[in-house]
Design a protein. Sequence first.
Length: 391
Amino acid sequence: MAFDLQRARQDTPGCDHVLHFNNAGSSLMPEPVLDATIGHLQLEAQIGGYEAAEQAEHAIERVYDAAATLINCSREEIAVIENATRAWDMAFYSIPFQPGDRILTAMAEYASNYIAFLQITKKTGAVVEVVPNDTHGQLSLEALREMIDERVKLIAITHVPTNGGLVNPIVEVGKVARENGILYLVDACQSVGQMPIDVEQIGCDMLSATGRKYLRGPRGTGFLFVRNNVLERLEPPLLDLHAAKWVDKDRYVIVPDARRFETWETNYAGKIGLAVAIDYALGWGMDTVWRRIKNLAYMLRSQLSPLPGVIVRDRGVTQCGIVTFTVEDKDPEEIRLALSRQRINVSVTRRESTLLDMDARGLKTMVRASVHYFNNEEEVERFCRAVEALG
């Protein structure tokens, strides 16, 4: 079936205002998500926040079923948290590390995650070790297998790094983790909503995701998956009366499902908007979404590569909707600003976000253009003409 681009763009009011190639930063919300989010805020203003939550209980609870359907798990394994970083943190900081425990991660790991690794190593005596890349620039499975021993407590990797088109082989990593009984945490911030994600196929124990990027949900929304059979091994670093029940003067009981990682106060309008965003994505079909994004990104790379002075910097066997590049003698931030003046949105990826990978490649900054299914071929051509004109 042909992709209904006309409907996708009609549902996206932002298409009338900008050429948006910053979907890996924050995508454009479709109309149904916008309406649902604003509608609940209006209800809160009219009848009160508590009363609105009670009236909209079904719409609020829908987010757990929607997220579970999206990644193929049970609703009891989903916690809704304000962003992917905090979701990842709640999982990571729940792991009881001991001196000598080893954490294995990837070269292109995101700064927030790596800072957490470093903090835990200082506090507990655990150590963090980086799995080398293979010749394609993705995590080397051969090197990973060689690094496994009885002291490896956790494998934690980012599926799609922030600074390139790379897609790490998380399914194959999951097989290594399962074979050796090692906890496995996946940061799927840039991949959920862009491609099919199946936690059963991946074999991860924990997975974090955001709403604002490829899911096209509201900012300040995200979720965490924690597999049922590891829940009891993880005590959240923070508890409140939502995550636990105060049952006696000197005793509390943590709730049995993944909501132990949540807090009582939350953004109800955001939860409703996230549920609608997930349902909207599922309506397109994740295979269809992934195929469309890959085709647009391939077209973008193909048209950027021949331009004078332009170097496309993407790596990996499988490449996604994130396209990074540099232009000779042009500062990426100046490029971003010049494009912004033409109502073209991109972002700049910087060394401090993925320090190990950028240092290894001798890079400090790159332009990051990230496409989505509502973008069209004319926008790709217009974008490339704009980049060429900067020379």
